[in-house]
Write a protein that binds this ligand. Structure first.
Ligand code: SAM
Length: 291
């Protein structure tokens, strides 16, 4: 699918470019915050799986709006290199690895975060069980990092795929937070299994010792899951984003220029080091292998 057809189909993709957000994902955080006010009073936040950086842009804009020199701490982490954002410390790393967790913890100098958000998604294989499993693994990695840096009473927000085993993830989260809900912003398509878990009031089990390794590798993930008395939980499902006039499932007419043509806006931030760059370079130099 070309950028031009995406531009025509997806109103939030178009809006993001005209509003200066690096990705349409910005509206997901904005719509969740509009309803649940998760950014109120936040001073220290970790944005996991943050590239290209639209959530970090929202965080920077909201949390530093009154005073750009505030001591607000925003730490963003991704496998991909991220272009700088004012007031955001960017770390390039894999959130499933202990060394990345350590780097994040070091950024906080012994203090704790009010909020951890994770919009992580694997490269989808379209094999739904596999995608759901990898997604759950990212959520649990984000939870593990949160156990090291989230303050008691803090908030955790993470993308989930609402597949058949999602209740196991809810059960795990309910061990660590008194309030867990599944929220779906209006800018996510109804047909998509994507939604977010919003977990409030971090209160780990009394005997829980946070560790870098709690979830890793996979074998220990299952040990971690057995910590729970119950492996299934049902949580409230709440929609948000009602304030937005746009529905992600609808098509809206594009603006046309004087000649009646649609001219797509350029991206707000070109990828710095995309995985396809090497391929393009080899193609340009006529170095692609011949099969
Ligand atoms: N919230 C971002 C924004 O607003 O720009 C969009 C995030 S994008 C949907 C998902 C990101 O998850 C990708 O940038 C990807 O590199 C990252 N990701 C996936 N697995 C990861 C991992 N194990 N560690 C760190 N980042 C990861």
């Amino acid at each position: 699918m070309g950028k031009r057809s995406k531009d025509k189909r997806d109103i939030y993709y178009r809006l993001a470019k005209s509003d200066g957000w690096r990705a349409r994902s910005a509206y997901k955080l904005i719509q969740i915050d509009e309803k649940f006010k998760i950014l109120d009073e936040v001073r220290r936040v970790v944005d996991l799986c943050a590239a290209p950086g639209s959530w970090s842009q929202v965080l920077s804009k909201r949390l530093r709006a009154d005073d750009p020199n505030t001591d607000t701490k925003i730490v963003a982490v991704d496998l991909m290199i991220m272009a700088p954002i004012d007031g955001v410390t960017c770390i390039c790393g894999d959130i499933t690895k202990g060394e990345t967790a350590k780097e994040i913890v070091n950024q906080f100098d012994g203090s704790l975060a009010d909020l951890v958000v994770c919009d992580g998604a694997p490269d989808v294989s379209h094999k739904s069980d596999f995608d759901e499993y990898v997604q759950s693994y990212l959520v649990l990695s984000a939870l593990n990092i949160s156990t090291l840096i989230l303050k008691p009473g803090g908030t955790f927000l993470a993308k989930i795929f609402r597949g058949k085993d999602v209740n196991r993830v809810y059960a795990k989260l309910k061990q660590f937070f008194t309030e867990v809900m599944c929220v779906k912003p209006k800018c996510c398509r109804n047909s998509s299994i994507e939604a977010y878990v919003l977990c409030k009031n971090y209160s780990p089990p009394a005997n829980y010792e946070p560790t870098m390794q709690a979830l890793l590798p996979l074998k220990e993930t299952s040990d971690f899951l057995t910590l729970s008395q119950s492996t299934n939980a049902i949580v409230p499902f709440i929609c948000c984003g009602e304030e937005s006039p746009y529905d992600a499932d609808m098509c809206y007419p594009v603006e046309l220029d004087a000649e009646g043509k649609h001219v797509p806006l350029p991206p707000v931030q070109e990828p710095i080091s995309p995985p396809y760059a090497k391929y393009l370079m080899m193609k340009r130099n006529n170095e692609l292998p011949k099969y």
